[in-house]
Design a protein around this ligand. Structure first.
Ligand code: AMP
Length: 398
């Protein structure tokens, strides 16, 4: 795919698909501006060259109907503050007045179209709707990595309307490049740390990573299904009975491929899922009935840290315990610190997934990680080895 550095946007009306699906509070104020901030570089580059930036996005799930609650006009003030210049609200893509509003914009200006999902055709990937959007601009830039796994009119179909004039913005380009770096050219030893609550939601990632990693560390709630599969008593810990055969299969595959698979060897247990629970640390792996594993124990931390310290590429998705509760955050904190210090000593690290980002932010270690992927569902599908329609469309463009 072509990056925006491969062309000049001077005097061009540039349709830029961004992911401004940001959280709003009851006063319709943006409560997390990260997604807007991460598009700034692309937009500034285009407007700096004298292009006219026409931003387009979805917000929430209006299900094909106009709904003021999901209007992108609510984010105009915040976007203007972050992008450093007035963002002109352009109204709906099919409103006959919209082309006039765009014609009034000058080189370097920024406009924002109304929520594209007010039209059901957007999510259907409808070609006629894509053509209607395309009429408003001279070329297309996709900087919405978070929506790249959707085959929608503004994320994939529209590329057909701009043959040879479709580009990847920096955010999309960098997300894909960093994920490719890990999946295709990892410096070895390559270690993946996979945590979180459920085996079922990470199953495809685990399977895809089995072809690529040297070490696979499994922690968090999902580790207990693996431990159960190996005959370990797990008490009341998180458990997915139907995933036991799958867990056994993964353990077997790892063994046959010579991949080192590491599971917790001790646990911090609680007598209830609560901050004020009584806790106890197992000296070996078995967890008695009435207790549930909430975090990895000190021996496990040491074992996982030794593996991580000797790695040159580290991929981390999913916390290693219930890190939201202080009592059960030590494991995730210790591993976050180890990943950060190993990165400082020259390893490459990539962290992704909402809870892993929340953890690294909570421990204030984000500056010491090589790349933090904010792609959410799109990143998970990329790690599963799937071709994302938004990226595929750009790759197939001439
Ligand atoms: P995921 O969205 O699958 O990455 O899961 C993240 C969630 O897993 C977080 O909210 C953690 O609190 C939770 N989690 C991690 N370890 C455990 C555990 N041992 N028991 C229950 N939940 C856990």
């Amino acid at each position: 795919m072509k990056s925006i550095d491969q062309t000049n946007f001077s005097g061009k009306k540039v349709l830029i698909r961004v992911d401004y699906n940001v959280p709003l509070n009851e006063q319709f104020e943006v409560t997390d501006t990260t997604r807007i901030e991460r598009t700034k570089e692309t937009i500034s580059n285009i407007t700096g060259e004298g292009g006219i930036a026409i931003l387009m996005s979805h917000l929430g799930r209006p299900k094909g109907e106009v709904n003021d609650k999901y209007s992108l006009k609510h984010i105009v003030k915040t976007a203007s503050a972050i992008l450093g210049k007035e963002v002109h609200f352009l109204g709906d893509v099919l409103d006959p007045e919209t082309p006039n509003k765009i014609a009034a914009l000058k080189p370097g200006d920024i406009g924002l179209l109304e929520n594209l999902r007010f039209h059901a055709e957007e999510e259907k990937g409808d070609l006629e709707f894509a053509k209607a959007i395309a009429k408003l601009g001279d070329c297309y830039v996709n900087d919405a990595f978070g929506t790249a796994h959707r085959e929608h009119a503004s994320t994939a179909t529209i590329v057909k309307c701009f043959p040879g004039k479709s580009y990847a913005g920096y955010l999309l380009y960098n997300e894909a490049a960093n994920l490719d770096h890990v999946l295709q050219n990892p410096v070895t030893p390559f270690t993946a740390i996979i945590g979180g609550s459920k085996v079922s939601s990470k199953l495809n990632i685990l399977n895809n990573l089995l072809d690529k990693v040297d070490n696979l560390i499994i922690g968090g709630g999902m580790a207990y299904t693996f431990l159960n599969a190996l005959g370990v008593k797990i008490g009341n810990s998180l458990f997915e009975e139907d995933m036991v055969p799958v867990a056994k299969e993964i353990v077997k595959k790892a063994h046959l491929r010579g991949i080192n698979l590491y599971l917790p060897i001790d646990n911090i247990c609680a007598d209830k899922y609560a901050e004020d629970a009584n806790t106890y640390t197992t000296t070996q792996n078995h967890i008695p009935d009435g207790w549930e594993g909430m975090d990895i124990g000190p021996k496990t931390i040491r074992m996982f840290a030794d593996i991580i310290k000797n790695s040159r590429t580290i991929l981390w998705n999913g916390p290693l315990g219930v890190f939201e509760m202080k009592k059960f955050s030590n494991g995730t904190h210790a591993i976050a610190l180890t990943v950060a210090t190993t990165t400082i000593s020259g390893a490459y690290s990539l962290i992704g997934g909402g809870d892993s980002i929340a953890a690294i932010t909570k421990f204030d270690l984000g500056d010491y990680i090589s790349y933090i992927s904010t792609g959410g569902g799109a990143m998970l599908e990329y790690l599963e080895g799937k071709a994302l329609p938004g990226i595929k469309a750009l790759n197939e463009d001439e």
